[in-house]
Design a protein around this ligand. Structure first.
Ligand code: DGJ
Length: 725
């Protein structure tokens, strides 16, 4: 609900309120964000005091207590007296570098605003929109702050549109998607960091004086820092304490910066990374920032997680399989890498027959001269030596085994050893006169260029039209470098990183429109582009190239803070694991993979006996409980980063009548302590039968807990299926 009274704008969600106020000088102050309160003007605690070296805007005259440097700002200015992190930096033709914003109006709309060419949460009447209009009068620049309010999900989205209202070009050096000021308070900054094969591990540090930031300048959101961060009270945990989540729906360079000032105030700013960003707005032109999405939870991390998960499932993901179970798949990558032919693939697929597996995915190596990762990218025609008769011959053979067919592609890339590169060397990003930097021996196609995008769309359509393909895995295996586009003049090269991302989104949207039933899984060397922007186009993302079940506990735990299990590609793979050497039991690998979108990544052609029986049982089990994983509430019951004896988590049905609880132990030591696992999210008054045997009341399972049996040996697992009687 949006309430507007006397220049005070209050956005209410079910459990939270957000408020801003245009003051006497029309400066938009941020007055509150937290647990739900009434509509009163909450600017009263703001103190005005003359602080040394905090200057005063001209309107304030001799009122030295009024300074942009000390007041909480809704969208911070630059160069006019607020020395904290700016949200906006403008460079008009006079070469100045300021942004000085005043409120000039507002508009309220029912429904949710949309952003052209950018991913955004969507929906109907359950949303309300507020637009607050600001301007920098001297630069003739309008700044429109968009707010989407999804009351039921405690979600507030934000985006900003900057319009050049003058008659001369203006350069935009920075345009953040959100700014969040807090007067006082002690906060922890939580970020989700890692690297290739160990993504999104949470790190929590108290905000110290100065600026702390994470971000990416790799052209993708990256394995290294995720565009989701949290601020929380020092004592906040899963079930208590105030916390704020801030998510950016963007797949390129980003920055999330938190600052604690000399006055103990705090600011969080999030948006496109200002590195190599400079966007020219001709008269009349506008720039729209990516969307950011905030959830505040007065009661700890778990409610925040649930609200993000529900909002993403209901209002962000456009899933052609919505409401139905995604097929259990077998992917050949870890079994064969590049070394296969049609007969080998059919052998793996034959191995899947009788196990309940429903889709075969042919990974990298099927096209052009792609026998290693040194060549072939860009040549999207079947390698007939490996696959005689092409997809037209292979796909029906797979389908005859009762499986759908899926295909790996990496459309943003080109190998120098490819027909495409030989024909169009200038289509790869690179600065003329400089040698190009290679990553995985490949170059990046310039997706800022329309001709390149058209070519790739056409090539993908040719592949997709040539056979009955139900799914594609859209991979991307390097960071961008040498970012320079032949399509842009020298003074607009600062737009290239952003235009690349827009180009990628455009291509994905074109394919989605042309093939509405095609399911696309995102991937970037595993989870290098696991962000809410990609989820708008690809409803699931390969979580990590690390398929080791023990490491996956950490990766999936970190990912779960804001991204639902239904978005996490997770497969059972062979042991010893290629990344870690761990030989985790098959049961445990299944339990961990079942907490994402389930599949296998091994040579099923060679799996026999007991292992086959285990796989068949796992697939059956997944099919029985997939709806809990897909749409249940996710509870982190213990952390894989703690020293405890096990990691446990649960998926609880929205009506709380069913739950799937999973537990994986670490390394075993003699004389293990006895432990009980306290469950969460159950109905305290219901009685639950556990694994079809004994029954317990919900309150007992939550307060006293379930006695965990001693599981001898390392990395053992246990699953509990709870059903209300
Ligand atoms: C990286 C992906 O994450 C893997 O699953 C696999 O598809 C390889 N690329 C193929 O090159």
């Amino acid at each position: 609900m949006i309430v507007i009274k006397d220049h005070v704008f209050t956005l209410h969600t079910r459990r939270t309120s957000y408020q801003m106020k245009a003051d006497a000088y029309r400066v938009l102050l941020h007055t509150y964000y937290g647990a739900r309160v009434g509509d009163a003007d909450l600017s009263y605690p703001i103190r005005y005091a003359d602080r040394g070296f905090s200057p005063n805007p001209s309107e304030a005259g001799d009122w030295r207590e009024y300074s942009l440097d000390t007041l909480p700002q809704e969208y911070s200015s630059c160069g006019v007296g607020d020395y904290r992190i700016p949200s906006l930096e403008l460079e008009p033709q006079d070469g100045s570098h300021l942004a000085d914003l005043r409120c000039i109006g507002y508009e309220r709309r029912s429904g949710k605003y949309a952003l052209e060419g950018l991913p955004a949460f969507f929906g109907g009447e359950e949303w309300e929109t507020l637009v607050v209009f600001l301007e920098d009068a001297a630069a003739h620049v309008g700044v429109e702050l968009y707010y989407g309010v999804l009351e039921e999900r405690d979600l507030i989205t934000r985006a900003v549109r900057v319009v050049n209202k003058g008659d001369k070009p203006v350069r935009l050096r920075r345009a953040a998607s959100l700014c969040l000021d807090f007067d006082g308070g002690d906060w922890d900054f939580v970020t989700f960091d890692g690297c290739h094969v160990m993504e999104r591990c949470p790190h929590r540090t108290p905000l110290r004086h100065g600026v702390q930031s994470v971000g990416s300048v790799r052209g993708t959101s990256s394995h290294h820092h995720n565009p989701f961060v949290m601020l929380c009270a020092h004592d906040a945990a899963e079930d208590h304490g105030l916390c704020y989540g801030a998510m950016l729906l963007y797949s390129g360079n980003f920055e999330a910066a938190a600052e604690r000032t000399h006055l103990e105030n705090n600011r969080l700013v999030m948006g496109i990374n200002p590195y190599h960003f400079c966007y020219t707005l001709a008269p009349g032109e506008a720039f729209t920032t990516p969307e950011a999405a905030l959830v505040c939870s007065p009661d700890g991390f778990a409610p925040m997680t649930h609200q993000y998960h529900r909002a993403i499932r209901e209002h962000l993901i456009r899933d052609p399989l919505k409401g139905t179970r995604r097929p259990v798949l077998i992917n050949n990558w870890e079994a064969t890498e590049f070394h296969f032919d049609a007969e080998k693939l059919v052998e793996i697929a034959q191995g899947a027959v009788g196990l309940g597996i429903e889709m075969f995915v042919m990974d990298d190596g099927w096209f052009g001269s792609r026998d290693t990762d040194l060549s072939g990218l860009g040549d999207w025609s079947v390698n007939l030596k490996k696959l005689p008769g092409g997809l037209e011959a292979l796909v029906p053979r797979i389908q005859a085994l009762g499986m759908k067919f899926g295909l790996w592609v990496e459309p943003e890339m080109v190998s120098e050893d490819s027909a495409l590169y030989r024909a169009h060397p200038d289509w790869a990003l690179g600065v003329p006169g400089r040698p190009q930097t290679r990553g995985r021996s490949q170059l990046v196609l310039d997706f800022t260029r329309e001709d390149v995008r058209d070519y790739i769309c056409k090539a993908m359509c040719q592949v997709l039209d040539s056979a009955d393909i139900s799914y594609i895995k859209w991979d991307m295996n390097r960071s961008l470098s040498d970012v320079w586009s032949a399509a842009l003049p020298p003074d607009r090269q600062g737009e290239a990183y952003h235009r690349y991302v827009l180009g990628l989104y455009e291509v994905l949207e074109r394919l989605r429109t042309r093939y509405p039933d095609l399911f696309i899984e995102g991937c970037s060397g595993g989870g290098g582009r696991f962000d809410a922007g990609m989820l708008y186009y690809t409803p699931q993302i390969w979580c990590s190239d690390n398929t080791d079940a023990v490491d996956r506990l950490r990766i999936q735990y970190g990912t779960s803070f804001c991204y639902p299990a239904s978005t996490m590609g997770a497969h059972v793979s062979a042991v010893p694991n290629g990344q870690t050497g761990h030989a985790t039991p098959m049961e445990t690998r299944g339990v961990v993979a079942m907490s994402g979108t389930f599949g296998y990544e091994m040579d099923l052609g060679t799996v026999t006996g007991e292992e086959r029986e285990t796989i068949a049982r796992q697939v059956q089990q997944y099919k029985e409980h997939w709806d809990l994983v897909e749409s249940g509430d996710y509870y982190r019951l213990s952390s894989p980063f703690d020293e405890g004896p096990y990691t446990a988590w649960a998926h609880v049905a929205p009506d709380r009548r069913r739950a799937l609880v999973s537990l994986v132990t670490g390394t075993m030591h003699a004389a293990p302590p006895f432990s009980t696992l306290r469950l969460k999210g159950l109905d305290p008054d219901l009685c639950y039968r556990v694994n079809g045997k004994e029954s317990y009341r919900g309150d007992v399972l939550m307060q006293v807990g379930y006695p965990v049996p001693i599981l001898l040996n390392d990395y053992q697992s246990m699953q509990l299926v709870l059903e209300a009687e």
